[in-house]
Design a protein around this ligand. Structure first.
Ligand code: ATP
Ligand code: MG
Ligand code: FE
Length: 360
């Protein structure tokens, strides 16, 4: 089926067009720059930006795909989770489009969409090859798989048994998302927003073992209740204290070492818990998604530990890891192909949509 996907859950206005598993277009406009001076995504600003970007982004995707809107078999849209105001803009646009075209509309889950991204094939989607040869995006996505989704808004560990039928939440962050922690620590170190790429760059020159920062929720007592959950706010506070102490003493802050130690702590916990889930559940497959997957150390550690443990690691190309409409179209196409009834026009945006609700 030919499906157009609309994604507006955060700061990316994403319009993707797929034919089944074939990617035809993936147009993305981001309002990231507008949030820079606030150090984080401002919901009202994001919603307004979606309103302005939607039409041109749809036009760009349609042109890239070389299709006419009238040919669409379905429209799919992210209905949650995400920022309520931002989601509402995409949902309203999707309803208007589907209604005017007389096309079925599918409301889908953003997080499950990140997994759906891995199904896509097409030109420009070169298989990522890791240093250890462990990363693959070619061939079938085998199920069940553990999926780790890490971005500015989410840090979730999922068990996916059936993409459109059975997705379980194993754990998630109990406070900040991993990307949010990168952004906050970057700000603390005087690095620009979004902080992730800057920390990554600076950390390359640092010693990851010079300062050992705490790994959240990894003590035996924590593991009992929070085996697959994450916590990054304690880590952030710990970095802040460490830096302030040096500043108060008039000492120079070794920014590269701080960045490297922080990055190491985040990567260690993320990959450690994901690999533990694979081991515990007897599922030797791990899929990564979300913007934090761009992190060099996260990728490296994932490759190393996956190779050590005999886990097949999949990381879609970065353009499909960050928020985009193609992943939503991909999930929508799976629902259409399976003969699922459309969502109708009665659904709304649900900022806390649970991952078990694959279609709203
Ligand atoms: P959502 O949470 O809804 O998926 P988002 O916009 O927060 O949306 P993405 O756009 O996927 O998520 O990712 C952005 C986040 O990824 C930011 O927090 C950014 O700092 C982080 N990030 C990007 N590159 C890197 C990197 N190299 N290392 C660490 N973090 C990174
Ligand atoms: Mg984003
Ligand atoms: Fe996302």
């Amino acid at each position: 089926p030919l499906v157009l996907g609309i994604e507006t859950s955060c700061d990316e206005t994403g319009i993707g067009i797929v034919r089944g598993r074939t990617l035809l277009a993936n147009a993305v406009a981001s309002s990231m720059d507008e949030h820079a001076r606030f150090g984080g995504v401002v919901p009202e600003v994001a919603a307004r930006a979606h309103l302005e970007a939607l039409r041109p982004t749809i036009e760009r995707a349609v042109a890239d795909a070389g299709i006419r809107l009238e040919e669409l078999d379905a429209v799919a849209v992210t209905s949650g989770p995400g920022l309520a105001g931002a989601l509402m803009v995409g949902v309203a646009a999707a309803k208007a489009l589907a209604l005017s075209l007389g096309t079925p509309l599918y409301a889908v889950n953003h997080l499950v969409g990140h997994v759906g991204a891995d199904l896509l094939q097409g030109e420009g989607l070169r298989p990522a090859s890791g240093r250890h040869g462990a990363i693959s995006t070619v061939g079938e996505l085998e199920l069940p798989t553990v999926a780790l989704l890490v971005s500015g808004g989410h840090t979730s560990l999922l068990l996916v048994r059936d993409l459109i039928g059975d997705v379980e939440l194993l754990g998630e962050t109990i406070d900040d998302a991993a990307g949010e922690a990168f952004d906050k620590v970057a700000r603390l170190l005087g690095l620009p927003y979004p902080g992730g790429p800057h920390i990554d760059r600076v950390a390359a020159d640092g010693d990851p073992d010079a300062i050992r920062f705490p790994r959240g929720l990894t003590r035996p007592a924590d593991l009992e209740r929070h085996r697959y959950d994450f916590s990054f706010s304690g880590l952030k506070t710990s970095v802040a204290r460490w830096v302030e102490k040096r500043r108060d003493a008039g000492e120079e802050v070794p920014v590269a070492d701080v960045a490297a130690g922080f990055r190491e702590a985040v990567a260690d916990v993320l990959i450690g818990k994901a690999v533990a889930a694979c081991r515990d559940l007897g599922v030797p497959r791990l899929l990564l998604g979300g913007g934090v997957v761009a992190n060099a150390r996260v990728r490296e550690l994932a490759e190393q530990r996956a190779a050590d443990e005999g886990i097949a690691l999949r990381i879609p190309p970065l353009s499909l890891c960050t928020d985009n409409g193609a992943m939503i179209a991909s999930l929508g196409a799976q629902l259409v192909a399976a003969g699922r009834p459309p969502s109708g026009l009665d659904f709304g945006a649900d900022s806390t949509l649970p991952v078990t609700e694959i279609q709203a």
